[in-house]
Design a protein around this ligand. Sequence first.
Ligand SMILES: NC(=O)c1ccc[n+]([C@@H]2O[C@H](COP(=O)([O-])OP(=O)(O)OC[C@H]3O[C@@H](n4cnc5c(N)ncnc54)[C@H](O)[C@@H]3O)[C@@H](O)[C@H]2O)c1
Length: 364
Amino acid sequence: MSVEHKSPPPGSEARDRLRIAVVGTGLLGERHARFWGQQDDVDLVGLIDLNIQQATNAAERLAGTFGIPRPPVFTSLDDLLKSSGADAVSVATPDFAHRDPVVRALEAGLHVLVEKPLAMTTDDAKAMTEASRRSGRWLMVNHSMRWIPRYRAIHDAIRSGQWGKMVVAHSAKSDVIHVPTEMLRWASRTSAAYFLTAHDLDLVRWFAGDRIVRVYAQGARGVLDRNGIDAYDAIQSSVTFANGSIASFEASWIHPNTYPSFTDDYMHVICENGVAYLDRGREGTEVFETDRVRHPKHSTVYEQDGRIYGSFRHALEHFTHCIRAGIEPLTSARRVMGVVSALEAIHRSLDSGMPVIVDDGFGD
Ligand SMILES: NC(=O)c1ccc[n+]([C@@H]2O[C@H](COP(=O)([O-])OP(=O)(O)OC[C@H]3O[C@@H](n4cnc5c(N)ncnc54)[C@H](O)[C@@H]3O)[C@@H](O)[C@H]2O)c1
């Protein structure tokens, strides 16, 4: 099923070049800005951050280090939406701060690419999805793992009928403790589930091809509490799909900083006629240097000749392709808002200690 959107206004998407701005210029937002600034058919037309110094520094780094024309820094979102001439924005604010800039940008007639998770509550996810429908502008969620070829291959083997239906999946994702204690200034306002399981819930819903109807979750606390971070060290969630498939997800945030990559990442998927085991923690490469061991990640983001490659690139290219071609993004808010309902149910289960019945409203 696809959604009808209004045809693009004359003089915007039909142009060869797209004008894109970035809201929130932290780690991810600066990466979006750099990517847009390095595209031949995109103009990076503005940056904004709650912390203006953060956006100013990002603009200077983009110009100084990457030779990107210095983008204007705006001090109010209204100014950016009115004066930058943007056709689209990337929103990379913290997990809990997506709704306001997303809805305002959609209402101003811009297409929006928002970082995962779409939102932290079903209410916010619905409001954003509804704003996209009303405005006739695309809202795509950057679930970039969908563009990692091995996940796509599993999806295609299931969907073609070759592997039959997904029976059970298990995933584990673990960040080094640097992530919640130093990298994120807002770890207490999200969780390992919102931050990590969001990726795998999206992938496994895509494999299962059906709605999540029941969730049970358990959490363990201690290490982060002792570090002054009000967050679970680990969250295990078990979900049931309407078609009887089951899956479990583990997310943890306390790996020692000596671990050879930011994220350890593992998944297995068992189908009626096929099984896949994926170790994304190592990706087949271990590097030993005089003072450290590394597991470089080449599937999501890597650099070559000063440019960004990997699934991050493919996801962002998909966004501009969908704007130009007028087709619904693979990870439109409508299609993935159920990830948010499932994540919210995981937290309701953590709070109550009980299973939670949910209907994640699977969006094809
Ligand atoms: N796709 C991925 O693999 C991936 C990886 C890491 C983070 N993320 C997601 O990206 C988003 C950003 O994460 P990050 O690590 O870059 O965080 P960050 O803290 O480095 O950056 C967030 C920035 O947003 C700014 N900000 C906060 N509220 C704002 C507002 N209302 N308007 C404008 N700016 C605002 C903050 O000042 C900060 O500079 C999060 O949703 C996160 O989960 C995605």
